[in-house]
Every structure is written in structure tokens, then in C-alpha cells.
Write a protein that binds this ligand. Sequence first.
Ligand SMILES: NC(=O)c1ccc[n+]([C@@H]2O[C@H](COP(=O)([O-])OP(=O)(O)OC[C@H]3O[C@@H](n4cnc5c(N)ncnc54)[C@H](OP(=O)(O)O)[C@@H]3O)[C@@H](O)[C@H]2O)c1
Length: 286
Amino acid sequence: MSPSNQNRPVVLITGASGGFGMLTSLAFAKAGYKVLASMRNLSKKEKLLERAREKDVEANIKYIRLDVTKQSDVDSVIPGAIEHFGRIDVLVNNAGYAAGGFIEELPLEEWSQQFDTNFFGLIAVTKAILPHMRKRQHGTVINISSISGRMALPGLGPYSASKYAVEGFSEALRLEMLSYGVHVVLVEPGSYQTDIWSKGMDHFNADPESAYKEKNEALMKIVNHIAKTADNPEEVARLIVKVAQEDNPNLRYPIGKNVKTITRLKNLLPWRWLERAIMKKISPRK
Ligand SMILES: NC(=O)c1ccc[n+]([C@@H]2O[C@H](COP(=O)([O-])OP(=O)(O)OC[C@H]3O[C@@H](n4cnc5c(N)ncnc54)[C@H](OP(=O)(O)O)[C@@H]3O)[C@@H](O)[C@H]2O)c1
């Protein structure tokens, strides 16, 4: 795609300071989009800025401060961006984190924070952009869900619940917006090497007296192993750009090692069989 400067499609990405958000910003910029890379802390823009310079796409990226949990940010940033750039063609709801820990041990506050970011923040940003897309009869909303939104795992209760909520929200919104030419899409990655594995996992190590101590340790080992061996996140960024360019995108785009197999097996196998396999994996090894 080589659109002229004026007719360039505009994409707004949340959580662009690192991980998928940063790589997706670069991939859209490379594809010729005008990229509004939003992040809650603009002092973190240096990494993206540096990578953009290396790829010679610096001019295609604008940096915007947006904390998705702050309604005042959403209320000023989204209308401001629409006015300034004239359009937003694609929204990538990417900002998020994973709160790890066992449900009995996680304070309610942890659940609220998880949902404020992964779910209510996503709704707030989407709602602010929808009137613009509906009036233009054009737009794509890409919600970054997860395999955890299709198959919940122990030790990731709040995260899985928030992603299941994103899945339900997206199914409903897709049906509401189809007749207005606005597409709603779910990208469902498996495990990828980003900073997600080092944030939000404090509860696994929190209490040395925990009744879940051994399980916490076993899960922490799994998380550390995933952090080192997971796939390269660039393929997710490439997929997101490809999806944005489709005239008639699907609802779901699962991506990553074993992700399609896991979702198929979940539909085919009796739950007890899956349960046994998962419990075996997280049982502390003696
Ligand atoms: N990596 C994976 O294996 C994986 C798999 C499936 C789905 N996902 C999903 O992919 C998305 C991106 O995660 P990632 O793996 O790229 O992790 P990451 O590297 O930790 O990036 C997460 C981004 O979200 C931002 N963020 C967090 N809270 C925010 C808020 N309140 N307002 C605005 N931005 C906020 C972070 O900003 P700060 O830098 O300020 O913290 C960061 O830029 C998440 O929705 C995650 O659930 C990841």
C-alpha cells in the first residue's frame, strides 16, 4: 500500500510503549499508515522512536498519552485525534496485562484493576471511536484477546476472565456494527516473548506461608520458561496489519504454537480429559 500523504489510513493503537503495541505501530507505519501510538507514560516512547528511526518510518508515527483506565484521557484524546487527523480507520485495543495468582489469594482490588485495564478500558476507548466510525460507515476495531479468552488456566483467573469478557463484548459489538460497515475482530495470540511475563506476577511469590506455595512455585517456573522460549511477537504484529487491510475480516484470528489445536480440542474432547492434562502440567514435580 502506498497511499498519498493525505489519504493515508489512520490507526490508533493503545499500549504502544512495548511488546505487541510497539511492534504493531512499526508494522503499520511500514505499511504506510499514519500511526497514533498511544501509551500511558510518554517517557517510554524512546524504544519505539529508536526502532522507528532505524526503519525510517519515524515520520509516520505520532505519540499520544493515553491511559485507558482514565476516562478523562479517553474523553480528550479520542475527539482530539479525530479532529486533528480527520479520521481514524483502525483501532487496535492492545493495552493490557496479566494478573497472576490463585483466586483464593488475590484481593478483589487486583480483579478490579485487571478489569479496569483489559476490559473497561477497552470499552471506553471503543465507545469513544464508534460514533466516528459509524457515521463514516467505515472502520475496523481489532481487540487483542488471548488464548486465555478461549481456555482458562489456573493461576491466571483474573486475566482469563477479562479476556473471556473481551470475547463476549466483541461478539456482541460485531453484530451491532456490521450493518454500519464497521468490523470488529478478535486476535487471539498464544504465548509470545514480551514484557507481559514479568509484570503482574508478584502474587506468585508473595506469601511464604501460602497454602498454594508449591503450586505458585510450579506456575512461576512455567511462566519463566514461557518468557524465555515463547514465539517472536513480530508475527502477531504482521497479522494485525494484514487483518486491518481485509475488506471483510473474520471475527477470530487465533495465532501461535498450538493455539488452534487447543481451541479445537476444547470443542472436541470431554472437559475431564483436558482437566487431567492441565492438572498434570501444573502439579509440582517431586
Ligand atoms: N505476550 C503474550 O504472550 C500475549 C498473549 C496473548 C495476549 N496478549 C495481549 O497482548 C496485549 C499486549 O501485551 P504484551 O504481551 O505486548 O505485553 P507488554 O509488553 O507488557 O505490553 C503491554 C502494553 O500495555 C500497556 N498498558 C498497560 N496498562 C495500560 C493502561 N492502563 N493504559 C494504557 N496502556 C497500558 C503497557 O504500558 P506500560 O509500559 O506503561 O506498562 C504496555 O505498553 C495485552 O492485551 C495482552 O493481554 C499477550
